[in-house]
Structures are given as C-alpha cells and as structure tokens.
Design a protein around this ligand. Sequence first.
Ligand code: PEP
Ligand code: MN
Length: 340
Amino acid sequence: MIIVLKPGATEKQVHHVLEKVKEFGFQTDVNRGAERTVIGIKGKIDQVARLRLQPIEGFPGVEKIVTVSAPYKLVSRQYKSQDTVIDVEGVEIGGKNVVIMAGPCSVESREMVLEIAKKVKHAGAKILRGGAFKPRTSPYSFQGLGEEGLQYLKEAREKTGLPVITELMDIRQLPLLEKYADIIQIGARNMQNFDLLKEVGRSKKPVLLKRGMGSTIEELLMSAEYIVSEGNSRVILCERGIRTFENATRFTLDINAIPVIKQLSHLPIVADPSHSTGQRSLVAAIAKAALAAGADGLMIEVHPNPEIAKSDGPQSLLPNMFSDLMEGLKKVSHAVGRDL
Ligand code: PEP
Ligand code: MN
C-alpha cells in the first residue's frame, strides 16, 4: 500500500502522515520525488489494517492511497510513475541517452584491461566492465584476479575516466568492491542470494542486478525489492538471457522482458547480448533488437584476442567489431527517440 501526497505537500504534512502510520505499527519508506512525495508502507496489509489506514486519505496534503497489487512495492510503477535515472559518476542510466557498458569478461592482465578500456571509450562506451571475481561453472576454470584485478580496473578508470562495473559474489568482498567499483554487479547466479541482496541494499553504490537464468520477471523484481527496501534505490536491472528448450544459443534473451519491465517498474533495464547469445556473430543483432525494444543500455563483452580469453572468448567482440556495432547502435537509438 502506498500513500501519494499532493504536489507541494509540506514537510509538516508528510511528518503527520508518517507519525500516524507508525502509530499503527507499520514501517515506511519515503520517496521524495521532484514532483511529489510518496510513502510506501512496508509489510503485509490485511483488510483490518487497510480500514485503519483509510482515514489518512483525508489528511491534509494527501492525494490518495493506492493498493499496489504486485508483491513488489517500492520498485513498482504504481509506487513511482516517472522513470528512475541513476547517476554514476556523471553517466546517467535510464535517461534519454542509452548507455553502453563494455569490456572483457574477466580482467586478465593490466595491459589487456588498459588497452580495452581505451578502445571501448574511443568507440563511445560510457562504462567499463570487467570481472575480478568470476562465477565459473567449473572450479578448475580461471576464477579471476581478485583484488589485483580491481586495482587494474581502478587504473583504467583513472586513465580513461570511465566508471567501472564489476561483480560481487560474496558479502566478504563488499568492502573491497566499495573501494574500487562504481557499480556493483550481482550476477545471474546470485540473483536470489538474499543475504547478498540485503547487504548491497545497505551500500551507497549503485547495483546492477542480473536476471537469474531460471527466474521470472516477477522474481527479478522481488530481488530488486530486497535491495531497495534496505535503502539503496539505485538499482539497474539486466536481462541477460534465460534457459529455454532452445539450445542453438547459450541462453534465450527474453526480449519481452524489456517492455514488460518498463510497464511494471520505474527502474532502468539494460540487456546483455553477450551472455544471452554466447556467440560473437549474434551479438550485434540482439544488441540492436534490445535497444529497439526500449532497453536503457547494453552490457557487451570485448576482448583484444578472444581466442586466448580466459573466459567467454566465443562471445567476446574484437575491438573493431565493437566500434562498428556502436555505429549501428547509434542509428537504432535515434530511430527510437534516444541518443547514444
Ligand atoms: C558476467 O557478466 O561476466 C557474468 C558472469 O554474467 P551472468 O551473471 O549474466 O552470467
Ligand atoms: Mn562473461
């Protein structure tokens, strides 16, 4: 249930409503938008509670009380109708410009990350990606360089000015990531690691939450709700492909998810055509399709020499392929009323 205040409601009126809700034993989450303030009431609201809260609708400064039917509240469109725009060191995600995040799957060495950072920036990427802690299917595969990799990312950021995004796999790594990363990535395999979600919900860093490969859109939004309900409202959703019966591609990018999420939530949604296709030759087509469907950005893997990549070589673009793709993406962005 949410209480929508009138535009121009005073701080005193907001306070009065909050006091009353608290008196009834409910916790709240206050969203002070540019236009109006909205108060979210946390927890389950039964018929009795609804009746008790109803008189608040007549309080000065209150416009209406809305029952949010979805199990997620704070991330829902009903709670906040305008799109959330997330500022990452001056790069806005969810605004008019689509934002391209690019870089290697894993940070493999200082030289490779510096080279790729320079090249993707030159091609127009706004954020550098690179994993230092890698979630690998096999324990014998390359697990990432850990803190050393984070230091190389930091150097790449200093040299190029690109903010960096990197994956968090374990609560114990959070202080390190807070030191080095501009966006914390929660990978598909951890989308429902609820303790991890709560922990990043208490962080001040923006979070990119990838959809689990076996998760529904509603489950993705519930996971986002975990983060936002802890106080961190800077969440970017990411459609990265789900498991279907189709095995011609690594996963199946759920293109429907993009406009569906736009309807259901105010959070930005980006797409990852690299992990969904698993094949370099398919990345460009799916990247364009995702932007055409309304994605706020893309995450794309780029490697200087994919043949010897320590992870995800077959889906990584060569830097020149990435530059060419950016030209096509500009045209698609303009066709759908966005800038790149
Ligand atoms: C990644 O971005 O490198 C990654 C491991 O992605 P996902 O969690 O979507 O598999
Ligand atoms: Mn990868």
